[in-house]
Design a protein around this ligand. Structure first.
Ligand SMILES: [Zn+2]
Length: 343
């Protein structure tokens, strides 16, 4: 049985059209183009509705062609964030039919000039995810690990949570592995620290500062292990993660956070919960009731935070769209024994 399927289809299409309009803005595309390509690619590659697949593919192909011409070579002085931008964009552009082997070779060479510490801000072969990685400063500057004051504006820095440092490492090593590029450490090197994140804590009425990042850490274990929605995961592979996601549905709704709720609803379905399950119905009902008039979700103003604006919309779409029947599997099948060890 499908829940509110026609309403969902209309809501998804409006959301995706909005994301495409944003992606067609030159300034936005220059900064977020590689991430936006991923939105079209994953929606195209893993949606059940053939009409939605066609729409996402059409948008994705058009933008991928543009991305390839805008970003045809890696700048000589590329830093790690530029290299990651090229890696993400390349993975999705390839999926949309725009492979570019010479460019991939350039990315590989550029990445070779840096080590794991440069990319992840920690070395997972030697230490757990650390607590002293500064978040980006209000002035926009990324400071080195260990700094307490911004070198550019002298303001006091906030630290990124170890959850975030860890799941960003997961995403980077996942992307690198899929492109056959080495960052000096593997996905397994990062994943093996999972037990240091346990037990997950709920919002605790706003007392738990790590709540947001722990939800996103868990959804990104799901995404990187199920190849961004290709596979279904057994709850017994990640029992604590499964329980934490279920427990967080009401928190995300209490926070009026469709971005978080979209990822949670999506990830719970990756664990096999059906749309008729009360938690999924709850998620779908909330997402359908919280779409903005322009097709977006969330309360970000596009001029203030374009990432939050499109990303909330993207994850709400993921929480609402249907997937074909998915086989059980892992993006890295060889990691099954490690997962067993970790739980
Ligand atoms: Zn600063």
């Amino acid at each position: 049985m499908s829940i509110r399927i026609e309403e969902r289809r209309r809501a998804i299409e409006r959301g995706l059209r909005l994301i495409y309009r944003l992606a067609c803005d030159a300034e936005i595309f220059e900064e977020y183009g590689s991430d936006l390509l991923s939105c079209f690619y994953f929606t195209y590659a893993t949606s059940k509705d053939p009409e939605l697949c066609r729409m996402a593919r059409r948008m994705g192909e058009e933008r991928a062609r543009r991305w390839r011409s805008d970003f045809s070579s890696v700048p000589k002085d590329a830093d790690v964030s530029t290299i990651l931008f090229f890696m993400h964009g390349t993975l999705s552009a390839e999926g949309l039919g725009f492979a570019d082997e010479p460019l991939k070779e350039e990315i590989r060479r550029a990445a070779g000039g840096f080590d794991a510490y440069d990319f992840l801000a920690f070395d997972p072969t030697a230490e757990p995810p650390p607590l002293d990685v500064p978040d980006v400063c209000e002035c926009g500057y990324w400071n080195e690990r260990g700094r307490k004051m911004c070198v550019q504006c002298r303001k006091r820095l906030l630290m990124a949570s170890r959850y975030r440092v860890w799941y960003e490492g997961l995403m980077m090593t996942y992307t690198a592995a899929h492109l056959g590029i080495s960052l000096g450490v593997s996905y397994a090197d990062v994943l093996k620290w999972l037990p240091t994140l346990h037990p997950y804590r709920g919002r605790a009425g706003g007392e738990n500062d790590d709540f947001y990042d722990s939800v996103y850490a868990v959804t990104h274990i799901v995404y990187t292990l199920n190849d961004y929605s290709v596979y279904r995961l057994k709850p017994s592979w990640l029992p604590q993660e499964f329980e934490f996601l279920k427990a967080s549905v009401e928190d995300a709704i209490a926070l009026e956070d469709p971005e978080m709720l979209g990822e949670i609803t999506d990830s719970l379905q990756a664990f096999g919960l059906k749309e008729t399950h009360p938690l999924i119905r709850r998620g779908i009902d909330y997402l359908l009731s919280s779409q903005n008039a322009d097709g977006s979700w969330g309360d970000a103003e596009p001029e203030d935070d374009i990432y939050a604006y499109y990303h909330s919309t993207w994850t709400a779409i993921d929480g609402l769209r249907q997937y074909p029947e998915r086989p059980y599997g892992l993006s890295f099948p060889e990691l099954k024994p490690l997962l067993k060890q970790l739980r």
